[in-house]
Design a protein around this ligand. Sequence first.
Ligand code: HEC
Ligand code: HEC
Length: 447
Amino acid sequence: MKPTLAILLVSAPLAALVACVADASPTGPSSAELLFALDPGTSESLAEVPAVRDELAQVMYDYFGLPTAPRLRVLDSWRALGFDPNGSPLEGARPPSDFEGAPPEAILVDNQRYWASELAALNASTTPLLGPWRRRGVMNAAWSDLAARRGAEGEGEWRVEARAFFAERYPDLSEAAQMFLPNCARCHGREGGGDGPMAAGLYPKPRNYQRGVFKFAAVEGGSKPRRIDLMRTVVQGLPGSAMPSFRTTSLAEISALVDYVRYLSIRGEVEAMLVAEWENDDVPPREAIAELYELVWSRWLEAADNAQRVTAPAPDPSPERLALGEAVFHDEQRGNCFSCHGPTGKGDGRAAVQIGEDGERYVLLKDEWGDFILPRDLTSGVFRGGARREDVYLRIHCGIPGTPMPSFGASVDAAGEPLLSEDEKWALVDYVLSLSNQGPFAQADSR
Ligand code: HEC
Ligand code: HEC
């Protein structure tokens, strides 16, 4: 009898797996369903060197596991620090900086809220049923097992365990994968390549996590986002795009989903770097991976050090402030915002859109992912990164990574001085918000 793939997958090295897949029956699961797919470009460029391609697949498996069994390699240097990227923050397995804004205590409090009816049922000595709206893949199976054990051991012990099951819940990567696949993969793709079945018709395209570039984060230019930045996006969604809000789930689950986004992102970025090392310097993946893996991880872990914490100054809706913002917006040597966002802020500046001789409109700008991109129509009132004054400030100060929207915090003039002062940036914020009649002036105007 042929061994089933599912059993082999858990323990067997990839070589055995590949051999087995090769003679799997046509109706059995195919290797493509079980392994992470390599980036399509990578597959193509390695098609003629199958030995390198197989080695790449093997080392990626060693460091990242499989879509059904994600598992991050724990480096020796991390062990000494007590850092385990697979571990639960509720058990202290990760540095506090990884949980800025949503620390373990907040997750525990939120679990009490989210699982209140289940915990109440336990207190009332009934066995909670997980309603269909609570179903969370593996969680259901685990709960069925636990519920079935009731009566088989001391009631007190069972209840302690059952209470902890809800109150201390923090999904691991496998559980997060089971949330990601039905909720996110249709847009972001199973590998996080931004190429799910729904992606083709969307503008803007769902994010390809594999580049390791994210747009809406409160960090200095070039830094990875913090986990809390990505959590904000998952909770609030991105207005004006297909990215939905997942507000109704628990903090623990949002946090775990973001763990999984980071996992896919690191996986994709490491894969691309391995291929580049091999193509440029002929270094085989197995020799290069340890260093690259540590490098990409260190960038994510130091994101917290690059945080931009912003408090908005008191609003000053005076005509002078707006005039200052407007002047900087239109000043070619300073903000130069109008060159992209257009003289009236409609997103049709001459650097962004041109009318060809044929009378057609041509979009001139592209983003990091190779897609055409329009500057935001600032009169629409739609701000993907949020419409609070702090949010708009962050977009101007940090820029929008991966897009032509520049970081004015990082822009300097010919003398090396900051191009815009803090005061001017805040004046721009209020001017931008006034274009859609939002922010501190909205009320004043509607009176
Ligand atoms: C219907 C399509 C769709 C679904 C479903 C979806 N997204 Fe997105 N997502 C998008 C689009 C489109 C963008 C990019 C918007 C942009 O570029 O401004 C995006 C962007 C993102 C980003 C990047 C934010 C940044 O700062 O660059 C993250 C993270 C993300 N989504 C996570 C998720 C997670 C997690 C799920 C599932 C729980 C999910 N998305 C489900 C469409 C979707
Ligand atoms: C080189 C072109 C370019 C210049 C110059 C530029 N922008 Fe942008 N801006 C963009 C693009 C492109 C986007 C859309 C990015 C995206 O899709 O997320 C954008 C988006 C924005 C947003 C939307 C943020 C959100 O949350 O949706 C604001 C606000 C903004 N720009 C303000 C400014 C201001 C103020 C200036 C001048 C100080 C400026 N921009 C200069 C190209 C530019």
